[in-house]
Each structure stands twice: as structure tokens, then as C-alpha cells.
Design a protein around this ligand. Sequence first.
Ligand code: UGA
Length: 333
Amino acid sequence: MKIVILGGDGFIGSHLRKAHLLCGDEVTIVDINNYRTGKDLLECDLAHNTNYTIMDLWGSSNKPDLVYNCVAVATPSYYVKYPGKTFDLDFTVNKDIIDTIHALNIPLIHFSTSEVYGKTWSEPYTEESDCVLGPASKSRWIYAASKILLDQYILASNIDCCIIRPFNFIGHDLDWLPDIHKDISAERPWIPRVPSCFLNSLIMSKPMTIVRPGSQKRCYTYIDDAVEGIISIVKNWSKCSGEILNVGNTNNETTIDQLAYLMGNSWLELTGEEPKSPIYVDGVDLYGKGYEDSERRLFSDAKMRRLTGWEAQIDLHTTIDMTVKEAQKEYTL
Ligand code: UGA
């Protein structure tokens, strides 16, 4: 297959790229960066471009079989600090991308976000659940609001597209590590997602910072598992096109307190170094006054299982152990 990955240097995009190249597919990525894809020797076309309407260049004779749209900055700290830019990228730029691909009539996998389900939780989120966002004064929700609008636009436009809602995929190269990737940090005055913050603390022998109360929960899904799930969508395209699908591991729910403990424990087993005791802070002190948290993100994967037969396999301990081990191997002597 001929595959194009927009945002192919991002966390999910770069893992999809590897998986498709290993399957023998022809892969082109379009991205403004090459932090991740520049690190390995797998060959693929890289179109450095900020203008994602580069898709026009394919014309009708050399169209890809599938486009992934992974263009986003998926870090809450960014939404709080730069709500306007978040809207521009996650709605305006993404709408142009979707319109271009629709006009070319190319099958599309578009990444929405588990963030759309919002801040409150009463039962496992299905794709039909209500989305309860916080008030407009809390800029944290501008990302989710932009993504919901686009999800609705895609469904209303009858596009040959499957919308994926990823639930906290983690693994190698999730985000930059602020004290290690100094060049990237200089361009990004905001903090990465929590697994990367915790890894940075472990590697630098600093205390991890936990946002109160610490009992907020996420389901962490190992990236290789998730990529297998996404490829099962491609293989079952006729059933998945036109659908929204939750993708993740419903068995891997943990609190952030427990995540800190488990990552610290993996680190101790690997290195013999005892992690420092964590410090607790309020969310608004870490992120700014536009921050609110999601208390829980337990979801249903029943639709994904029904349409593709795929179910996540890699348990929480293995997911965390592998994530910590890969970072330790790459970033310590
Ligand atoms: C983020 C994105 O906003 C979602 O779009 C995305 O779908 C999701 O990650 C994902 O990776 O799938 P979230 O899980 O809230 O959502 O992001 P994190 O920054 O990783 O925060 C998780 C929890 O850790 C929050 O409760 C946060 O307050 C806490 N946290 C964060 C800490 O306790 N310490 C830190 O240093 C950073």
C-alpha cells in the first residue's frame, strides 16, 4: 500500500511509519520536524512542510491508498498556554487537511482524542457518550472542543474516514524530556505529558511532581499494541469507515499516584537507584489558571472489538517496564 502520514514525526505517526515500512508498504511522511524519524535508518520519503495542503501535489494519478492525519500538539500544558494556537492547529489547519483529502477522495484515518469525553466520569465512555467539557474560561478544553467540532464535521460530510480516539498511548519517544532534549525544550516553553515528566525526573534524580489529588485515573496503552489495533482498522476498512472508534487498553487503568510508584519501581529494578519522594502540587500552579483535570478516562472498547476483532494485549506492568527501560537505555550512560 502507498501510505501518507501527516504529522508522521509525532509519537503515534512515527510508530505507524515503522510498522507500515516493516509490512513492506511505501510510506511518505509530512512533518515540520524529524526528531524521531531522523533517529533510525528505515527509509521513507520525508516532506518537510508546514503546509499540509502539499497533498495537492499527488494529483489524481499517484494517489496514496490511505492517509493518516496525526497533526496535533496533544499536551494539556500547550492548550492552557496557547489556546489560540491550539484552535488554529487543531481546528483550522486540520479542517483544511480534511477538505483536501476529501476532495481527492482518499481514505483517511483521523486522530481525534480521548480528551473529548471531558472532565466528569460516571460510566465507561462509549463512542455515543456525552462529552462534558469545563467552562470557556478554562482553556484546557479548547483542544477537546476543536476536536469535537471536527469529528462532527467529518461525520456530517460523509467522508471515507475512520476517526480514532486514542486512550493514553505510551512507549518509546512519547514526548521530549525537558532536561535532556535542551534544544527542543528551548522551542517549547511548556511541559510534556506525565509519563515523560516522570521519566525526566527519574533520569535526572529529581522528585516527580504529582498533580493533586493523585487519584485521577488513566488507561495506559503500549504503543506497539495500539499500532496493531490501528492496523486492524485498515484491514477491516469497509466496517470501520464512517465510524468513531475508542482505541486503548481498558484493563490498564491506574491512578497517577500508582503510575509514579510503578515507574519508580521499574527504575529501581533497572538501575538500583531509589527514586526521590514525589512532591504534590495543584494543577493550576503547574499549568496555569486555565487548567482543569479529567478525573477518570475508563472507556468501552466493545465497538473496536466488534468491528476489527482486535483487543489490547500488553498489561500495565509490562507497558510501564518497557517504557522506562527504553528511555533508560537511550538516555543514560
Ligand atoms: C493528554 C492529552 O490532552 C490528550 O489529548 C491525549 O489523548 C492524552 O494525553 C493521551 O496521551 O492519550 P492527559 O492524560 O490529561 O491528556 O495528559 P497528561 O499531561 O499526561 O496528564 C495526566 C495526569 O497527570 C493529569 O491528571 C495531570 O494533572 C497529571 N500530571 C501531569 C502530573 O501529576 N504531573 C505532571 O508532571 C504532569
